[in-house]
Design a protein around this ligand. Structure first.
Ligand SMILES: *Cc1c(COP(=O)(O)O)cnc(C)c1O
Length: 234
């Protein structure tokens, strides 16, 4: 067994334990192995150990990596996305986590209309109103949900957040809880084309707390693949 698949096993056991603690079914949480900046061989090693979902943050890197991986995997795009790079994701990703503005949704709709197929998306919320982070402000979330729901080639599946970087996971808990409350509020509107099934929240340092607060997708990179070198310009 490789280190990578051992790490995944260890994380999966922690996911199961967090589900148990919070009275949730272990299958209600899916692990996304965040493989940005990591080579295709690492992804193959994880896939050989049974990992299926992989998250990437850079559009060109994803475009180049997808054909380099031969294992049967599902790709998610979890990073900040510029309009002119949406084309690199077309047909390659199952879920785009970070839709936070109308212009981006428009371009995703345009690209997936070429495939004549819809893509699943999550709306990203900037819970801490941090200037450096992507995401729609809470007050504008409902309006964005209504607008994005009108596109034929986007299907809203839930919410995603990247809360403030705080040292203690317990300090992040209120943000996770807030994201769940926002999802419940949107769900209660019963908007056509909008489902609030997924909550994408929690990373290497805080995924257990996120699960206790309702996460259905946890995005774990470092704890699986090890530390990443700093990417210039990011
Ligand atoms: C890189 C990244 C992660 C993974 O972070 P780790 O701390 O390495 O687990 C999760 N979510 C997003 C949006 C990321 O960009």
């Amino acid at each position: 067994m490789t280190d990578i698949s051992e790490n995944i096993d260890r994380i999966q056991r922690r996911i199961d334990a967090a589900c148990c603690r919070s009275g949730r079914a272990p299958q209600s949480v899916r692990l996304i192995a965040v493989s940005k900046i990591k080579p295709a061989e690492d992804i193959e090693a994880a896939a050989a150990g049974g990992q299926r979902l992989f998250g990437e943050s850079y559009a060109q890197e994803l475009r180049d990596k997808v054909p380099a991986v031969t294992a049967e995997v599902e790709w998610h795009f979890i990073g900040a996305l510029q309009r002119n790079k949406v084309k690199y994701l077309r047909g390659a990703v199952a879920l785009i986590h970070g839709v936070d503005r109308l212009s981006l949704a428009e371009e995703i709709d345009r690209q997936w209309s070429k495939l004549d197929a819809p893509v699943q998306v999550l709306l990203q919320v900037n819970l801490g109103n941090e200037a450096t982070k992507a995401g729609i402000r809470e007050v504008d979330l409902e309006a964005l949900a209504r607008q994005v729901a009108s596109f034929a080639h986007l299907s809203i599946r839930g919410l995603m957040a990247l809360p403030p970087d705080l040292d203690d996971p317990e300090e992040v808990r209120p943000y996770f809880r807030r994201l769940r409350e926002l999802a419940q509020a949107i769900d209660a509107l019963n908007l056509p084309g909008v489902e609030m099934q997924e909550l994408s929240m929690g990373m290497s340092d805080d995924f257990e707390v996120a699960i206790e607060e309702g996460a259905t997708l946890v995005r774990v990179g470092t704890a699986i693949f090890g530390a990443r070198p700093k990417k210039v310009g990011v």
